[in-house]
Every structure is written in C-alpha cells, then in structure tokens.
Design a protein around this ligand. Sequence first.
Ligand SMILES: N[C@@H](CC(=O)c1ccccc1NC=O)C(=O)O
Length: 272
Amino acid sequence: MDKTAIYYDIAYATQHSSQKMDIYEPSLDGVEPGTLFPLMVYVHGGFWMDRDKSDYLTMGRYFASKGIVVAVVNYRLSKKAHKVPVRYPTHNQDLAQAISWLVDNQSDYRYDSNNIHLVGHSCGAHMISMIALKPTDYLTPSSPYTIRSCIGIQGIYDISQLIRDYPDYISEIEFVFNSSSDWEAPQQIVSHGRSDYNASLKWLIVHAPTDQLVNPPQSSNFVTHLSQQCKYTNVESFTDAQGSHFAVVMKLGEEEEKSLDNLRSAILTFIK
Ligand SMILES: N[C@@H](CC(=O)c1ccccc1NC=O)C(=O)O
C-alpha cells in the first residue's frame, strides 16, 4: 500500500491563487523517528504560460516512495487572457518565494532544508538555473538552507538561440517578456557566471535526443558553460532517455514505462 501523504494546494504566498504547491511526503513506516528526507522541488514546463502541478501526481508519488519529499510548484503563468499581464521574471520570483517558504516551514514537514534538489523541465530548467546561479538575487529565507543539486530536463537555457533555431516560437512567447532585452545578453542565463554562494552545487543536465520541441544543443552548450565559464566541477550530462519533450517527465513516475528506468535511477543516484 502506498502510504505517501499528499498535502495539496499549500499556499507559499498570497499575491495570487497560482502561488501554491503540492507536497508529497514519504511514508514514515520503518523510518527512524527524526529522520529528515531530501527535498526535491519540481518546476513544470509549458513555455512560462501553460500546464499545472497536477500533471505530476505519479511523479510525486514515485519519488516519495523512494524516500524523497517532493514539492511540485505552481507559479503565476503568462496568459494572454490576463488583464494585468504576468511577465518574466515573475515566474522566477514565485519559484524563489516557494523555495524560501519551504526553507522557513521545514519544521512542519520531514525534509532537510540543507538537502534541497531543484528539478526543472523545459522553461522550468531555465527557472531553476537562474535561481541556482544567482541565489542571493532571488532567495530570502530567514533560516539556513543548501541547494545541493540542480537537475534540468529537456531544458531551455539560451532563449536567443532557441528563437534562432525555431523562429516560429517568437510569436508564441513574445508576451511572456517585457521586451527582447529580457533574454538578450547580458541577462541571458548563459552569460551568467556563478555566485560563490555554493561552489559544490552539482548539476545533472538531461536531454533526450528524441526531443522535437527543444533541441539537445541547448543542454550540451549549457553543460560546457557550467564547467568552463562557471567552473563547476560536478556537471553530468545524461542523454540516455527516450520520449518526446513532455513524455519524458509526464511518464517519469510510471514504473511500467521501462524506457525511463535509466533516467529514474540516474536521478535517484544523483540525489541520494
Ligand atoms: N505551451 C505549449 C508548448 C510548450 O510548452 C513548448 C513548446 C515548444 C518548446 C518548449 C515548450 N515548453 C517549454 O517550457 C505546451 O504547454 O505544450
């Protein structure tokens, strides 16, 4: 029996109804009292404008069944229908508020806020990387914390390059940004060095060669940037995953999806 406890719709801020997350807590059966689990913060993709935490229910349950607390975060989305536009970098600021909330409220849950792992898919990988490279620009918790690793999956890291490679995307994501200067150098993530807050931060950069929506050089170039410009010494690239841009993460928690066994175990080994 799956004894994962799921806490739905926990509000981490009060400016907007999207500022909520679902927290999956592993069963405490057979676990020594006082044990603190690692915390995975999962950030969904959807081009900063679509999708929802509820798509990741099986993924949350899966990693919780392996002894990880999982927080699947929603953030304000840039919707064309919004009267007051939500624009970049609001998404990053919401994610930062979620992480800060998790650090400050750790005593209510069973995770260790010195053992945080950020996982982001597609634009979510861009979001976690922005925060991990410049944590003090974003994070404001009042308690100590350590982000130990970042796992980017089918990530966007270089928006200018993405638009050069897929010119049609500009009309889709234009309204996410105030202007192109939001993503041109020097604001570009690939122009950022690291801040020296956490030199031992580990990176796992995952990209399936079968991704048709975001091309794998986004990831391989970011790996080079992290090692050469940022001088991170623990950067791993993982390309042994099969599936479309979204299938890789939507099916990640389905154990019957054998083609994702390698990725599941790579992530577990990386976090543990
Ligand atoms: N908004 C659309 C498309 C989308 O998200 C997307 C399309 C091309 C490349 C990357 C995408 N998403 C990244 O977060 C969707 O949710 O499927």
